[in-house]
Design a protein around this ligand. Structure first.
Ligand code: NAI
Ligand code: MG
Length: 796
């Protein structure tokens, strides 16, 4: 009695550890040794191995085999063998398998939660209430996509064998984000677990066997970067999905360039957490807890940069410090802990290095009074840390720390808040706190990130797309948009390889503006004006039987840069309504039709027969009208993952895109690419067919007379691959469409790694632009946008 009275007096927590005996028994049964899961069976835990630790106390949990290229090859082989049978199943049959996985995950949920906590160091509260329920939810949701694939994605088929590489911060959850959509699409999988945390993936492999998933559909290899590199480089995979650091994302972009593999990258972040002065401050403080102390801050979308309105900053920081003082950090298996252990000693070192840099740069650090006891104790623990007076360009504000460290800055006006938020090479997520809907949505629309949480943070659901802007990567996971990442158009697999482009004809000095000679050079078109090439050179364009038709400007880097600048200035186009853009595109179609004879004549000169030239012009007019129709209709989705939550999946333009047009169909190819891009609100820098640029160049007249604002479409003639190289490297181009040869595909994919722009390339393959299945449709619209998911809780 006496004791209870005392407890009530002090209100101290007692220990409340979750029982780990089932997990201990499981580890003992396996003699703490694990191999890979290949073709439905485990390999022995032999050969080279790595040791898996519990970061909370340094205890050794298991030895796990490292997959060498031979193991990876076997796994890809089994996945390839399984592909036919898996695809021969009906959608309903695949759905049943995925449903069974969901059920089995639920059945083992407590076991999986404890195992994840032991392996990763995250608290049992999180694994039990967040990670594992979301894993089950992901498989349930995707059982549905297996069922509905053919209805919802007509004309698509599964990409094939998928290589998937996951990080250690949400081991089983990231596995589910990768595996569930792949299986739902009809793909088979080789997954590489993260070297710090392989155990729940191994347990999942057992679940696959237990649930009767056909052998070879899911394969697991363990190991570190070298194993990952062997998987990414394997010829047998058709699609690579990666979550991890931006640095490795770049390596993988380069490694897979020109391979024809589909690629999705979910990379780092430095996500802003914006608090306006009319926010519910206590709610926002609690939001910070979920944003940056959740999972010890080892979260790609962690709200790691607080951006607080000046008038409330002191109050906000004061309340935040009081809350931090009360956070409980310790044994992750204890059900009453808020924070657990950081994944491994190397991660602690990395956090310390960034924190020291922050102190050296003059930011003010604050930690709770109990912080010293954490640093002195055993295990990989790091106390919650707040930096104020952080300057926007400092290490703390710019670099991902991946630990429980918040960098706080202040702002005066809403415009400044968004400017600070966007002052980052990353663009994964943003949290916006304001009781004023007007202000919150305005910021949500202008912030450059793939996920926005209004008055909330770190919410996830299988139905809502997740993924980044800018160097946070490309591709989405979850929702319909996530399914597309595992599908390819049916016709594409049979498409023939185009020959490499012939070298450009020798350049000739263009007669300058000095009045000498007659300038027969067709002009380029930049910022709504005709422009001469910066190089001063042009090249001859020849038609049927080698007849010299005209000279076209030989564009260079400088021309591309000017065009990009003009495109950036034309932001008004992106701000127009879909209806407004539709009117312009209809007018454009009308004006193109008025000049049909002129364009047909150009195509005949270039070598087309009279009838095919006429057809190409007619198809171009129809295509322009098609995208005028789409301009106000390809508009996203609303989802309701909870009764007090709506998520909006908004299709936003990339802003500035680069487009390299094909040689086939010099007019229709151009129109088929440019129209969907601008219909969705992008401004474009386009290089027309180098061989036959004349029809496309004539379009400037149509653009001029159709009220297309200057800078919306910029046309640069010249060597396709040379210009594409410049566009691929350009940091102010967010997406690049390339339709040329296979050499050029390799080039642009590799060179795009700098700012990790999204690249859509033809792999050097032919496309029949006159066939609506190939030359128009959702594929184009989908590639013309990036999806922003905005979460809006209400009534809470
Ligand atoms: P990492 O990017 O090296 O590891 C992620 C995964 O990629 C692991 O499975 C790893 O084995 C694999 N990998 C590493 N090198 C590879 C290569 N060359 N080819 C193929 N696969 C490769 O991340 P790491 O080293 O564990 O953490 C370093 C930093 O990266 C963290 O401090 C954090 O800033 C960031 N990170 C971001 C994550 C996110 O979710 N966005 C997740 C993990 C780390
Ligand atoms: Mg690494």
């Amino acid at each position: 009695m006496n004791e209870i009275r005392n407890i009530l007096k002090t209100m101290e927590y007692g220990p409340a550890p979750e029982d780990d005996k089932d997990v201990r028994a499981w580890l003992a049964n396996h003699e703490q040794g694990f191999g890979h899961f290949i073709g439905g069976a485990f390999t022995p835990a032999k050969g080279k191995t790595f040791t898996v630790h519990n970061p909370a106390n340094g205890e050794k949990l298991a030895e796990v085999a490292i997959a060498d290229p031979g193991d990876v090859d076997k796994a890809v082989g089994e996945a390839t063998k399984a592909l036919k049978k898996w695809q021969a199943l009906s959608g309903n049959q695949r759905a049943r398998h995925i449903y069974a996985l969901a059920r089995h995950v639920q059945k083992h949920s407590r076991f999986l939660a404890v195992l994840e906590t032991l392996d990763n160091g995250k608290t049992i509260r999180e694994t039990r209430d967040i990670d594992i329920p979301l894993v089950a939810r992901h498989f349930y949701h995707h059982a549905g996509w297996a069922e509905l694939r053919d209805t919802m994605f007509p004309g698509y088929e599964p990409a094939g064998v998928c290589g998937q590489i996951i990080p250690w911060n949400f081991p089983l959850l990231m596995l589910s984000w990768k595996v569930a959509p792949a299986l739902a699409a009809g793909c088979t999988v080789v997954l590489k677990s993260a070297e710090h945390t392989p155990l729940t993936a191994i347990a999942f492999a057992e679940i696959c066997a237990e649930a009767g998933l056909p052998a070879g559909v899911f394969n697991l290899v363990n190991g570190a970067g070298e194993t990952g590199a062997a998987l990414a480089g394997h010829d047998g995979i058709a699609k690579l999905a990666f979550t991890g650091s931006t640095e490795v994302g770049r390596v993988l972009r380069r490694q897979t360039a020109g391979s024809g593999k589909k690629l999705s990258l979910e990379l780092g972040g430095k996500s802003p957490f914006i608090v306006f002065d009319n926010a519910d401050i206590d709610a926002a403080v609690e939001g910070v807890v979920d944003a940056i102390w959740f999972n010890q801050g080892e979260v790609c979308c962690a709200g790691s940069r607080a951006i607080v309105q000046e008038g409330i900053a002191d109050l906000f920081h004061e309340k935040l410090r009081a809350r931090m003082e009360k956070l409980r950090l310790g044994n992750p298996l204890d059900k009453a802990m808020d924070m657990g252990a950081v994944v491994a000693p190397v991660q602690i070192e990395q956090i310390i290095a960034k924190v020291e840099a922050g102190v050296a740069e003059g930011a003010r650090m604050w930690q709770p009074s109990w912080a010293q006891t954490v640093a002195a104790g055993e295990g990989c623990f790091f106390p919650p840390t707040l930096f104020t007076d952080v300057s926007p360009s400092s290490t703390l504000a710019q670099e991902e720390i991946f630990g429980p460290v918040l960098a706080s800055m202040t702002f005066r006006t809403p415009g400044e808040a968004v400017q600070l938020a966007n002052n980052s090479r990353y663009g994964l997520a943003a949290s916006i706190w304001s009781q004023n809907l007007d202000e919150a949505f305005d910021a949500a629309r202008t912030v450059k990130s793939g996920v926005v949480w209004i008055n909330s943070t770190n919410l996830f659901d299988a139905s809502a797309g997740f993924g980044g802007y800018k160097e946070s990567g490309f591709g989405r996971e979850g929702g319909r948009e996530g399914m597309i990442e595992y599908l390819v158009p049916v016709w594409q697999k049979k498409a023939k390889l185009l020959p490499q482009s012939e070298p450009m004809p020798a350049p000739t000095p263009a007669p300058g503006g000095d009045g000498t000679g007659l300038d027969r050079t067709v002009k380029m078109y930049i910022g709504g004006k005709q422009a001469r090439p910066d190089s001063g050179y042009s090249y001859p364009v020849t038609g049927k039987n080698g007849k010299h038709l005209a000279e076209a400007g030989l564009g260079n880097r400088k021309d591309i840069r000017n065009a990009v600048e003009a495109a950036h200035k034309a932001s008004g186009w992106s701000g127009m309504t879909g209806h407004g853009r539709a009117q312009v595109l209809y007018f454009l179609a009308e004006n193109l039709e008025l000049r049909a004879n002129g364009f047909a004549a150009r195509l005949v000169e270039a070598g087309a027969s009279a009838s095919s030239a006429k057809r190409e012009v007619e198809a171009s007019v129809a295509r322009a009208m098609r995208y005028a129709a789409w301009a106000d209709k390809y508009d996203g989705a609303v989802r309701a993952p909870d009764k007090r939550l709506l998520t909006l999946a908004l299709n936003e333009p990339w802003d500035v895109m680069g487009i390299s047009c094909p040689d086939e169909a010099p007019l229709l190819g151009f129109v088929s690419l440019v129209m969907p891009a601008i219909a969705m609100g992008n401004r474009v820098v386009v290089t027309p067919s180098p061989r036959q640029p004349l029809a496309a160049c004539d379009l400037y007249q149509v653009l001029d007379t159709s009220d297309v604002p200057p800078g919306t479409v910029n046309i640069i003639t010249g060597d396709r691959n040379m210009l594409a190289d410049t566009m691929a490297k350009h940091d102010d181009i967010a997406a690049l469409w390339y339709f040329g040869d296979s050499e050029g595909t390799e080039l642009v994919e590799r060179e795009s790694a700098g700012n990790l722009k999204a690249v859509w390339a033809n792999d050097g393959k032919e496309r029949d632009w006159s066939d609506p299945a190939q030359g128009q449709g959702e594929e184009f619209l989908f590639r013309a946008v990036r999806i922003k998911t905005i979460w809006t809780p209400f009534g809470v």
